[in-house]
Design a binder for this molecule. Structure first.
Ligand code: HEM
Length: 488
């Protein structure tokens, strides 16, 4: 039966109309039988979805091999769908199915219902502000390794491959917290576990969007390598958990004062009524890595690029870091928290370039979304960027103007949702923002930027591979001579 309660509030002054069916909505034609299925393979799928939202409006349909998919871009409707979880909407069954088939232990991102609620409690315990404060020294240590790597490059006049170095920074940070063991991909050329992890995310995305499961019919050499990597990674995670358990047995105070995410999750799982075990912790160790690496690295890369192409904003950001932070080798948590303009640049970057521009969900029951009847099982793709870059909703919407985030009346605040919304909003958002601010502090505190851009001088393309990434960004730096004292 249709849900009698529309899950999105109608706009003021709206007169109820008879519900529309998805089949009544406009949308791109696509191919016979396949419909728009091939578009889902495109690395610029998100741009196509956004362009269709401009053409067809806030509700439109896509077709993929006989199924109708609803695409939403109105921020109020999207927010109401995201809020109505876990009851009315879940992540897609395909994500769960492909993840399981690959051998990924289920974690928070793909969990549903009561299982999700229990895991969410455990993961949120790890992101408790008191615990995150305890992780700060570990974050700083990795940032210092980034400075060493970039100092080395600056002294030799080497060009930095931005994406790759920032991935090392976020991998080392998240892996350190999630494994409870030091991982040093910044210092060393590749870590064994890293080589395995690198295969998982792209494979998951490729398989989710594949119209035909070729890996089941004709497994390729890459598919076999992926299966081996999954075994290695799961084995390594089990070892990390066993080591953490031994540490916690030897030092029981780690239960109340965990030193990393892994210990915090184990402590939360050990509570008598948690309903969780080590398999849940294992699933979430990998979830943290997959959800926290590319997203944060890509956001930092985009922020550096946008600052470089907006010299006034870059000058203001440099001035803020260089006057507010006493010692750029050891910025304190309070100093980093006080970098208001850097924070504004971060929000503006994520408004214009959210690394998760779309969020596909699946209806758990027949529901009404706005005035559209959505049958159980329908995939609903939520576009998170469209309204926050609309000129009629945000003044000078297409321009990078971080100052807008310092104003009390900034319409973008209620439109931009780079971390999602509702009960499943990204639990790693404060950690991600700390990583971003620390990276900017050490970059602007230690170096002058000489160049950021692509080899052909064009703006970097946006490529979707689960997270959206800028393609081919390079950077050259010069070491500043005075970095450790105030330059007032
Ligand atoms: C700039 C960096 C990041 C961005 C833009 C980002 C964005 C997102 C988005 C859009 C979602 C979906 C939210 C929803 O369904 O409403 C999400 C979920 C999630 N993120 Fe992040 N994320 C970032 C960093 C991180 C980090 C650092 C971690 C962990 C260390 C993390 C862990 C997760 C997890 C576990 C979920 C699933 C939550 C759930 O389903 O309950 N993310 N993130």
């Amino acid at each position: 039966m249709p849900n009698p309660n529309p899950i999105s509030a109608p706009p003021p002054g709206h007169r109820p109309k008879p519900a529309r069916q998805i089949a009544d909505l406009p949308g791109p034609r696509g191919l016979p039988i396949l419909g728009n299925a091939l578009e889902f393979r495109s690395p610029s799928l998100h741009l196509a979805l956004e362009a269709w939202a401009v053409q067809y409006g806030p509700y439109y349909q896509l077709r993929a091999v006989g199924r109708r998919i609803l695409v939403l871009s109105d921020h109020q409707v999207v927010a109401s769908v995201l809020r109505d979880r876990p009851a009315a909407f879940s992540r897609t069954a395909r994500l769960r199915e492909i993840g399981q088939e690959m051998g990924l232990q289920p974690g928070l991102f793909s969990a549903e219902g009561d299982d999700w609620m229990r895991q969410r409690r455990m993961v949120m315990a790890g992101f408790d502000p008191g615990h995150v404060r305890a992780y700060y020294p570990a974050l700083l240590k990795v940032a210092q390794r980034l400075v060493q790597r970039w100092t080395h490059a600056a002294q030799r006049g080497q060009t930095i491959v931005l994406q790759s170095d920032l991935m090392r920074y976020t991998v080392d940070t998240i892996a350190g917290l999630a494994f409870g063991a030091e991982v040093d991909t910044l210092g060393a050329e590749g870590d064994v576990i890293q080589q395995h992890l690198d295969k998982i995310f792209p494979a998951l995305f490729r398989r989710i969007t594949a119209p035909i499961p070729m890996w089941r019919l004709f497994p390729s050499r890459a598919d076999r390598a992926l299966a081996r990597s999954m075994v290695e990674v799961n084995h390594a995670v089990d070892n990390f958990i066993a080591q953490a358990r031994l540490r916690m047995q030897a030092e029981p105070q780690r239960h109340s004062q965990p030193k990393n995410l892994l210990e915090a999750m184990l402590a939360a799982a050990d509570r008598p009524d948690s309903g969780l075990n080590d398999a849940h912790v294992a699933g979430n160790v990998l979830t943290m890595l997959l959800a926290g690496e590319d997203t944060t690295a890509n956001s930092i890369a985009l922020m550096i690029y946008l600052l470089w192409t907006h010299p006034q904003a870059l000058a203001r950001a440099c001035a803020e870091v260089r006057t507010r932070v006493q010692d750029c080798q050891q910025p304190t948590m309070e100093e980093v928290a006080g970098l208001e303009f850097i924070e504004a640049c971060m929000h503006e970057t994520m408004r214009l370039k959210p690394v998760g521009p779309q969020l596909p969900l699946q209806a758990n029951a027949d529901v009404l979304v706005g005035d559209v009847q959505v049958p159980k099982g329908t995939i609903v793709i939520n576009l998170l960027r469209r309204d926050s870059v609309r000129e009629d909703l945000v003044p000078q919407a297409s321009r990078f103007e971080p100052e807008r985030w310092l104003e009390a009346n900034n319409p973008a605040k209620r439109l931009s949702a780079p971390f999602g919304a509702g009960p499943r909003i990204c639990p790693g958002r404060y950690l991600a923002m700390s990583e971003m601010k620390i990276a900017m502090t050490v970059l602007l505190g230690h170096f002058d930027i000489e160049f950021v851009g692509t080899a052909d001088g064009q703006a970097p393309l946006e490529r979707l591979s689960f997270a959206m990434m800028p393609v081919g960004l390079l950077m050259r730096l010069r070491t500043r001579t005075r970095t450790t004292s105030l330059t007032r």
